[in-house]
Design a protein around this ligand. Structure first.
Ligand SMILES: *Cc1c(COP(=O)(O)O)cnc(C)c1O
Length: 457
């Protein structure tokens, strides 16, 4: 079972043709999940002692399995945070796979890591972080947040020996992404949640810190602010929070996994004022930088602190630290050892198109949110919950109950027409079920939005 046993020419033609058709198609359907038993009944036994053959396996994929996925790049998929990878990035993702690059150490992956670093340098420049700041690509925002939280905690423990026996504590708001809480759990860190889904302001943070009992204040080492909440696109008061973190000697992490792409957009960049004071920043290129899955990134003001926390030791790894292997080792700065050079497709696409086209595509997402906001204000049956922020729009269908939103979502999905999912918005003590658009794909049209809103009449 080696490369030569595969019918190289024919299967290569088939797979390449499929990939090319898929990226150039403008009529991709919104697929629908099926139950595992239904899929099993359709495809039968696929893993057998003798194999079913590539041609047949591929046919099963095409006929049944591919259709059970919901493509995130469909122009009327406005659910969660959709994505819209460029064709250049997708095609180079194939090249990345074909190149068999171990992206942990410069010694093995210099060419690929060089390209990743070129793309990273551009990303760092968007943040305005000072000279010396740098980052690495991760599997996503979750891994990036974990890498940052662990770096911050290790730094804090290094500052004062009395912290070694203490459980760390971080402060964030309920607007923060679920991964912040989940990764705090992984790192065995407690979280204090400030009860606002709206913009986290300086004063609320200061009051929360002041209200901590002494033993808890002693355990506090970081604040996680959000640069574009996943639910509503809200950017916290980064400048005000930075000021407090500096005064209180706390690590300042900005989770801009979704919103980071908006740093390119002149129309909203001012909202991120203060991000240049962060100790670490999460940005997901697989969200608003048009990269294929999976591609996240973590950027540090002082990368050597991440190295202190994450560099792995092992006799089998010593060779990578030798002369001749010198260069940037991505594995030293985040939680993963063996890694795909997942920033490589982003590099190729940036090099191909130039950063201006990226900027335009991000501005289009923001513009679509503004357009949707205006339409909603003009229609009698819907109203805005709050003004659109970045590319998120929260709105309600007047008179609808939570189950009406669910029913409507399924109906549009079943028809293969659109995927727009409900969410909840918290004001005071009440959670209201509302509808939400998140625009990423620059090919979404005003007509798409009109048609979706029409289905709510
Ligand atoms: C999506 C998101 C994450 C999680 O990123 P993954 O790439 O899904 O792991 C974290 N934070 C924010 C703000 C996000 O929008």
């Amino acid at each position: 079972m080696h490369k030569i046993d595969f019918d190289l020419v024919e299967m290569t033609m088939d797979t390449m043709k499929y990939a090319i058709d898929r990226v150039s198609s403008t009529t991709t359907k919104i697929g629908k999940p099926k139950k595992a038993e239904e899929l099993k009944a359709l495809v039968g036994e696929t893993i057998t002692e003798k194999g079913i053959g590539g041609e047949y396996a591929f046919e099963l994929w095409r006929k049944h399995l591919a259709k059970a996925n919901v493509p995130v790049d469909h122009p009327r998929n406005l659910a969660f945070v959709p994505a819209s990878p460029t064709r250049a990035a997708i095609m180079f993702d194939l090249v990345t796979a074909a190149s068999s690059i171990h992206g942990a150490y410069w010694m093995e992956g210099a060419g690929g890591i060089f390209c990743e670093n070129e793309a990273m340098r551009w990303m760092v420049s968007l943040t305005g972080l000072p000279e010396g700041a740098f980052g690495v690509f991760t599997s996503g925002g979750t891994a990036a947040n974990l890498s940052a939280i662990v770096t911050a905690r290790e730094y804090w423990r290094g500052l004062d020996r009395s912290h070694t026996l203490e459980k760390g504590l971080i402060i964030t708001s309920i607007g923060a992404h679920s991964s912040v809480k989940a990764m705090a759990k992984v790192a065995d860190i407690d979280v204090v949640l400030i009860d606002t889904e709206d913009r986290l302001e300086q004063q609320a943070l200061q009051e929360t810190i002041n209200s901590l009992p002494v033993h808890k204040r002693h355990r506090l080492f970081a604040v996680v602010a959000t640069g574009g909440t996943t639910n509503a696109g809200i950017v916290d008061d980064l400048e005000g929070i930075a000021e407090i973190c500096e005064r209180e000697k706390l690590w300042f992490h900005v989770d801009a996994a979704y919103g980071g792409g908006a740093l390119m957009a002149d129309s909203v960049k001012h909202l991120f004022k203060g991000i240049d004071k962060a100790d670490s920043i999460t940005i997901d290129p697989h969200k608003w930088m048009f990269s294929p899955y999976d591609c996240g990134a973590i950027i540090y003001k002082q990368p050597e602190l991440a190295k202190d926390a994450h560099a792995q030791e092992g006799s089998y790894l010593d060779i990578f630290k030798d002369e001749g292997a010198h260069g940037f080792n991505p594995s030293d700065y985040q939680i993963q050892l063996t890694r795909r050079v997942r920033g490589l497709p982003l590099w190729f696409s940036l090099a191909t198109h130039g950063t201006d086209q990226y900027k335009e595509a991000v501005e289009r997402g923001i513009e679509l949110a503004q357009i949707a906001g205006k339409m909603i204000e003009e229609l009698p049956h819907v109203e805005l919950v709050r003004a659109p922020s970045l590319s998120c729009v929260l709105y309600r269908r007047i008179g609808w109950q939570p189950e009406d939103y669910t029913h409507w979502t399924y109906e549009n999905h079943d028809k293969g027409f659109a995927l727009v999912t409900p969410t909840k918005w918290k004001t005071g003590e009440t959670y209201e079920t509302v509808s939400r658009f998140c625009f990423i794909n620059p090919d979404t049209t005003e007509h798409d939005i009109e048609m979706i809103l029409e289905t709510m009449v």
